[in-house]
Unconditional design. Sequence first.
Lengths: 184, 683
Amino acid sequence: MAESPANPNGSPQPRDPREFVRDFTRYQRRLFLYVLSQVGNPVDAEEILQEANVVVWRKCDQFEPGTNFYAWACRIAGFEVMKFREKRRRDKLQFSDEFVSAIAAEEEDSAEHDEARRAALAACLGKLKSSDRELIQQRYAPGENGLSVADALGRPINSVYQSLGRIRKALLECINREMAAEFG
Amino acid sequence: MFDVATESELRRLLEKLCEERLDKDGLTRLEAIVLADHEARRYYRNYLQLHGSLHWDAAVNNASDSALTLPRIFAASRLEETSEPTLPAEREPVSPPSRRRLWSSVAAAAAVLLVVGLSVFLTRNRDDGTVEIVEKDPPERIVEERPDPVPRPPAPPLELDIDRRVAVDDPPTRPDPEVSPDAPEEGSTDEVIVAFIDRQLEAGYAGAEVEPSPRADDAEWVRRVYLDLAGHIPPPAAVEEFLADERPHARQRLVQKLLDEPAYPRHFASLWSNLLVGRRPPDDVDRDALQAYLREAFARNRPWSDVVTEIVAAEGAVDENGAANFLVAHVNAEAVPATAITAKLFLGVQVQCTQCHPHPFNDWKQDQFWELNAFFKQTELVERGGRTQLVSTNEGGPTFYDTRQGLKMVAYPRFEGRAVDPAAGTNRRLALAELLVEGDRPQLADAIVNRVWAHFLGRGFTTPVDDMGPHNPPTHPALLARLSREFVKSGYDLRRLVTWVTSSSAYQRTSRIGEGNEVDRPEIGEPPVFSRVYVRPMTPEQVYDSLVVATRGDAIDWDRTLTERDRWIQAFVTPNETDENDETLTLDGTIPQALALMNGELTSEGISLASGTELARIVAKRGSAVEKIRRAFVATLSREPTDREIAALRPRFRAGRGRTAEAESLRDLYWALLNSSEFALVH
């Protein structure tokens, strides 16, 4: 068991745990998106993020304050993605290794407009027809998916898939317009 | 190049990814598009970011107030990131499944850390590199290496209708999904069933916001119905006769007439022979005997349940019992191919891979594969008098197989939860045949309904048509359910099933896409809504038979033609020699096929001006050049030429160039028409 001296490593700065917690909280969402882009499924991405969080937490003393928390956490999350993929290799359809590494490489340094895109999404949701907004809200309620929504509404699954695709397309185009207006 | 078409393809793939409907091919395609281009990667990223954001924000925030609208949720979550981190646990008193798991572990850790506040600091244990968070006073470990195990979220409560079907120990019954309230029990006349098809499809058009294509003109329709039922284009006389028929119900009457003609059993026997034993089966298979058996079965409209029973339970010599050839072809390799192909053809379920491991998407487990396989345990081939015989031994007991972990397992004959006495006295294949047709909606009925539907409309309720299951739900579950039950009620009457499908409004529509249904494009992965009939390439058999009709006219010796045809096609077939007993066909509407047609004997004989060909007859007929052009179009494309086509062709047929020049021009025209893609497609 380690002793508990005030500054065991003699590291130059005392580490402020509040700083760590702040970074930790702030980047949850971005890490989620980082993982999602490599596995494609939000529920899997949550599970991986959960595992990564445990590791981030355990290794928090290895983080150098003042360096890039997000990049550091991404490496941990990337490792968890690998572990997850290995575990599921046999029983789940998944992206190829080549694809995942290409996406991961690009993802880490392309997160700059995330916040703006998110704000744009909020605006665009407001512009949807109310029936469309309700549908997308139902679809993304926890534990739901296109199939369960179709079941609940008694609509043919096929038409629900089509509506969801159409609404997502509209949102994507709206976000791109908002972004173009803001950033030129 | 990331052009508009690629973008739209990628978007459709992503839509599927988001609803977990992407299959292996789709995934491969998605990867290829995304990796090929920077723009495509950006599109992928943005799409998933949208998907992820909707998931994340809705999941986090729905917790506290399910009435919140998403924009307000966003406002709330933006706040969270700019202000001091608050304890998520406070913000989220009750939370539903998945996000709760994540947050509660974060919350637990964060809460501990913040409550303890500054008296906590981080130390490194130099010995093993693990980290502990230690409180100074009293020195007590307060955070475990791993937060409390959080219970897994309950499995989502959704269930597919196909899941429910697998009733254990009872005959399979399944509730029909989406039973429309306006159609309780209204009888089972053809009219009622056809009206039900139309209503179900119309509901689908409304849901998909699609305006269906209009009714096809008679020329388009007559060609299609001939190709679908007779397996070849209509002879010119039949086209003229149908176009001249102005009485009501001409289309329904033509369907009934075609069902009575020998071409229908010939065509369907040929299709099913290909499915059952392939185009180039092993030498001991008597493909002709199988074909003769099937032709008789379709000609007499024997119940499908009987046909399947006879095939599955067949015994005897390959030439005496044609039905035996299916198992003769597939009983090799411990009947593994027989198991997989039986499931695929008769049940519409793909279980090949469950031989070794659980199916990644559908419900089949490895034991189910071997339980089905155990029904074929008594099946053996013996040589008697120089020909192969399919026999059943009296063997009983278990079948052994290995799991991926190397465990030896045993399986006893069992199908859909119902076991059969494994003792020596049981005829297992007969028992299987009985189980296959049990109940008011066995999977056997779903599978054939789906296949027949796809045969006429160009797409099934599932794609592929033989990959049904909870992982691949049908596009029109209620319609499939009703048709399946009605088919069983009718006594597995294939002609009635064909009548229902061909009488539907959908089958009357043109294959052309209109402005209102541009999105109905299953060929790029969209689920079909059947707002039009989907175009498909002819099979090699249809190409051959159609060439024969177009070039030889009416007097055709079909028995000889079939023998010649199957020999011609075999040249394009390579058996794969895999455990699946499948084969590769290099004739698929592609360049080799086109070359074979353009330069092949078949075409050159067909367009010779020697007597006996349809072309020679057209050339010899009296009449203007335009009239001859018209006849050439009707004989090949089953339609009149358009004014533009005539205008474009006329200069080559100027009067006064002499009969020989005219004949040569007609021959060129004929050749071009036979090689057009309009000729080689079913539309």
